[in-house]
Design a protein around this ligand. Structure first.
Ligand SMILES: [Zn+2]
Ligand SMILES: [Zn+2]
Length: 412
């Protein structure tokens, strides 16, 4: 699929060279698809949240509040010991002007502020070819103790959480509702399963069995979600490999690829070192327009990678090779390194070998930007790449967190 995109890109570039100026060439867009505001359990008004991402160079953002899209009239009490303090309102006024905060008196004589709607936020922040808010929601359900949280992207009406009998049935009912909304509204939509290890809720079988959708969070920046392996419980990355083998080899679910993304899941928008802050994990999407439909379309094609700090210039499938071009890190020190690992699962005589085997590993200077190539032997069910910088994450999810990137699995 990446190869096909490369061909499409070449054709687009060729057409663009001789024809109209508005055939923009694809570039990497940085976005976060999972963040909360005062509309649900975040600690900041939505404009404060969006402003952080605009200020930090993001191209798109999804405000994914629990079980709602930010529309309709919603008032929030201002109080010194509440979630919306006078100081937070003052900061909004400083940033957006005296006319921006909509304030009113409460019946009890206090003050309240109306939360700005998605449409109002889009009018304020969207800039052609620079930044766009993509509508979304974190559809939040559970079956017994298992938390089932699924983000719906490019959906601007609330999807009601389903609660049928069973974890997989709950997952599938939510996915089906999101897919049906996209079909009914003739719009590309995307659903991703969130933080599978949160409260030990989901397992690789749940990722394997999903039908009609193929995205999950391999990295979620909220400190209570346990991305990493704990005891005998697999990490989210191990779950990814297990689910890939189940889907691609055993035909589990719809037998399709499974793509990994990184997100913030930010709720804490003021403290620098809190449980869930912005800027920990994001998605890079290769896209020619800063528009929701185009961004979702590119993600759906797998033309994206997950990042917590490592950037790529290119990732492409060329005949029998997977090629990764890490971006040059101009300010890298001499002893800083980048480890590039190609990970996959081989099949011999119809039987999968080690699941998620490191097929090759290169350690190179972080600053070099040296391309890395994996040549397929022919027995790989899939191959994906993990890049790990020696540089500590500046806004770490956990102690020891390094800047990383994860490319999508490909089949030759
Ligand atoms: Zn969640
Ligand atoms: Zn969340």
């Amino acid at each position: 699929m990446i190869l096909m995109n490369a061909i499409v890109m070449l054709v687009t570039a060729a057409i663009g060279a001789g024809a109209s100026d508005d055939a923009a060439s694809p570039r990497w867009l940085r976005g976060n698809t999972h963040t909360h505001t005062l509309w649900s359990d975040g600690d900041a008004p939505p404009e404060t949240v969006v402003a952080w991402y605009v200020d930090h160079g993001y191209d798109f953002l999804v405000l994914s509040d629990h079980n709602l899209v930010q529309n309709g009239e919603r008032w929030f009490d201002v109080s010194p010991d509440g979630r919306l303090t006078p100081a937070k309102v003052e900061a909004v006024r400083d940033r957006f002007g005296d006319d921006w905060p909509v304030l009113d008196r409460t019946d009890a004589g206090g003050e309240r502020m109306r939360l700005r709607t998605l449409d109002e936020l889009k009018a304020r922040f969207d800039r052609p070819d620079e930044f766009v808010l993509v509508p979304g929601e974190e559809v939040t359900s559970a079956f017994r103790m298992a938390q089932v949280h699924i983000n719906a992207l490019n959906v601007d009406e609330t999807i009601t959480p389903r609660r049928p009998d069973g974890v997989q049935a709950t997952i599938q009912a939510i996915l089906d509702a999101i897919i049906a909304w996209g079909e009914a509204n003739d719009r590309p939509v995307l659903a991703h399963i969130n933080h599978p290890n949160f409260r030990k809720s989901l397992a690789s079988v749940n990722l394997a069995e999903m039908r009609g959708e193929r995205f999950f969070e391999v990295y979620n920046g909220h400190r209570s979600v346990e991305n990493e392996r704990i005891g005998d419980r697999p990490s989210t990355e191990e779950m990814w490999d297990r689910a890939l083998v189940a889907r691609l080899h055993e035909g589990a679910g719809d037998g399709g690829m499974l793509y990994g993304i990184a997100t913030d899941d930010a709720h804490d928008h003021y403290a620098a070192n809190a449980v869930s802050i912005p800027g920990r994990g994001w998605i890079m999407v290769r896209c020619d327009r800063v528009e929701p439909d185009a961004i979702i379309g590119a993600m759906r094609r797998g033309d994206c990678y997950a990042s917590s700090g490592v950037f790529l210039d290119d990732v492409r499938l060329e005949a029998d090779r997977l090629v990764i071009d890490p971006a040059i890190v101009a300010d890298a020190g001499e002893d800083e390194t980048l480890t590039i690992e190609f990970i996959g699962t081989r099949v011999a005589d119809g039987v999968p070998g080690e699941v998620g085997e490191v097929l090759s590993r290169v350690v190179q200077p972080l600053g070099s930007g040296e391309p890395s190539v994996y040549r397929f032997a022919g027995d790989e069910l899939y191959v994906r790449a993990r890049l790990t910088s020696s540089r500590p994450h500046p806004r770490p999810y956990a102690s020891g967190d390094r800047e990383m990137a994860w490319t999508q699995p490909v089949r030759r």
